[in-house]
Design a protein around this ligand. Structure first.
Ligand code: AHG
Ligand code: MN
Ligand code: MN
Length: 374
């Protein structure tokens, strides 16, 4: 056990180091979660939390536990690279393609993609992977002849265009139980499941500090990376999104390309003096909304008539996290994101996600104005 003393900040009214029992489905405190109830000065690492929560899973075989651990390890490796991104030129790129140790310099989203795949392949806890960066699914060879029942999907680096300007980026992940028999290779159908079937989902935000937030369907918990000990430590227990918010998050530069009902709602946000916040990295925007309340929207534009964001890698996992925290996520046809039946791996979707009062408010605008001629 860690002996290091830990300075505890003044408890935030909503989240930080709050002493609340985690509640499961139907608002009941789950058995494993209640065992985790303890005084706020006790460090709980991600690994410890995952292992203790294992009993919450329907099929408690340890595979899902292992997968979450793999993702935690990959997140630490990606975090290390993201944080030294600005040093690349100082550390020396001899001929513009190699770094000091002779490795070829790669774009960070390619690097993040490779690290995640590597960590997941090494343990063999999943049978296949799908990534925003890869055209097709990747089969994972069994390790020690273990037959895995899970598939993992991810957006390895979300908001990667922000890297060059020192703005927060993230990793988003989703885990499903495979549909096909575990004696053969995984199929595309194992991935083309509606988000409601996710058994776990979450994100890592490489921001002013690095935080891993995830859910297995029993509430949402956040773990902040303590760089001095190299561990993710439980910092945001049982996160709950505020019912309502004062911020809206949308790329308002596309205003004239949005449908009438979206423009009306944005006008309403402005009339109400809501603040506009848009980072350009969905993970960062959603994390802020989870803590402070608000709404994030990426509707259809002329360039992206079906929306820009990917249903499987971005919308579904973040929708699961937000719903588990008490929020809502719909598309602009007013369908619940988690119930959309995917047809393609890289399918795009429109999305409105965040505090339930604000998403309902947008829904009313869509119902009122969508049928009107432009
Ligand atoms: P990615 O870096 O994985 O391609 O995702 C970027 C996404 C999302 O994170 C962000 O909200 C959105 O693209 C920004 O798009 P616009 O620049 O069109 O607003
Ligand atoms: Mn992305
Ligand atoms: Mn990406």
């Amino acid at each position: 056990m860690l002996q290091r003393s830990y300075s505890i900040p003044t408890p935030h009214p909503n989240h930080f180091f709050q002493i609340i029992m985690a509640t499961g489905k139907n608002g009941k405190t789950s058995e494993a979660s209640s065992r985790l109830y303890q005084p706020s000065n006790r460090i709980v690492t991600l690994d410890e939390f995952i292992i203790r929560s294992e009993k919450d899973f329907e099929f408690a075989t340890g595979e899902l536990t292992g997968l979450l651990r793999d993702i935690g390890v990959a997140a630490k490796i990606i975090n290390r690279e993201v944080n030294k991104a600005g040093l690349v030129n100082i550390l020396g790129v001899a001929d513009g393609s190699d770094n000091a140790s002779g490795d070829v310099q790669q774009k960070l989203d390619v690097y993040a993609n490779e690290k995640l795949i590597e960590c997941l392949k090494n343990s063999g806890e999943c049978c296949a992977i799908a990534s925003e960066e890869c055209e097709d699914i990747i089969q994972v060879e069994p390790v020690f002849s273990k037959k895995s029942n899970y598939v993992v999907l991810f957006d390895p680096l979300d908001g990667s265009s922000n890297i060059d300007v020192n703005v927060s980026v993230g990793t988003i992940f989703a885990i499903y139980r495979r549909k096909s028999d575990n004696s053969g290779p995984a199929t595309r159908e194992d991935f083309l499941q509606p988000g409601i079937k996710q058994v776990a989902a979450g994100y890592v935000l490489y921001g002013t500090s690095t935080i891993l937030v995830y859910t297995t369907g029993h509430g949402v918990n956040g773990f902040t990376l303590d760089p001095s000990i190299g561990e993710f430590c439980l910092s945001h227990r049982n996160m709950r999104i505020p019912e309502n918010g004062q911020f809206y998050s949308v790329n308002q530069g596309y205003y004239s390309k949005f449908d009438l009902e979206l423009r009306r709602y944005i006008d309403h946000c402005s009339d109400q003096n809501y603040g506009l916040r848009y980072i350009g990295s969905m993970v960062s925007d959603i994390h802020r909304i989870l803590i402070q309340g608000g709404i994030f929207m990426y509707p259809s534009t002329r360039k992206y008539p079906k929306g820009k964001l990917r249903l499987l890698y971005e919308c579904n996992p973040l929708a699961m996290v937000v719903e588990q925290a008490g929020g809502k996520a719909i598309n602009t046809q007013l369908k619940r994101i988690l119930e959309i039946e995917p047809k393609e791996l890289h399918q795009r979707s429109t999305i409105a996600i965040g505090s339930p009062v604000m998403v309902n408010e947008l829904q009313e605008f869509i119902e009122r104005y969508a049928a009107l001629p432009l």
